[in-house]
Design a protein. Structure first.
Length: 138
């Protein structure tokens, strides 16, 4: 299993909307960056992803699971970009802010810090476990 981080502006698509979509899930579409597209293509069914509220909040708020692997993004008329389907898994008991992540030396290589504009990024197993602990998830 691989771990990822997906960023969404909560006024566009929030964790509450994702929760309402349930495990059945919703398409994670609208990504228009080639590196993020390539990350979407690497996702496998069952991979877990942190759900990060960008711009407003700037914090990891929940966990979603890939329920359908990469397919052509129906919102892309040029047919260059991909989407995946993700289902809601759980909320973090305590949202983990970008500020807290930056203060944790063990997370200094996280792409969230290194490539802050990237909307879909891998998360290594060690960082995944640290962030789960920070969010009071065991």
């Amino acid at each position: 299993m691989n771990y990822w981080l997906l960023k969404s502006e909560p006024d566009v698509w929030s964790i509450d909307q994702q929760k309402k979509a349930g495990l059945k899930g919703a398409d994670w579409d609208g990504v228009r960056n080639f590196q993020a597209r390539n990350n979407l293509k690497k996702m496998k069914k069952g991979d877990l992803c942190f759900f990060y509220h960008s711009n407003i909040g700037k914090e990891i708020v929940g966990i979603v699971k890939v329920t359908k692997t990469a397919f052509l993004d129906p919102t892309d008329k040029k047919k260059l970009f991909f989407a995946v389907k993700v289902g809601f898994v759980k909320m973090l008991k305590i949202p983990v802010s970008l500020e807290k992540i930056k203060k944790n030396k063990s997370l200094e290589n996280l792409p969230l810090i290194k490539q802050s504009r990237l909307s879909v990024m891998p998360v290594d197993t060690k960082s995944w476990k640290i962030i789960l602990k920070m969010g009071s998830i065991k």
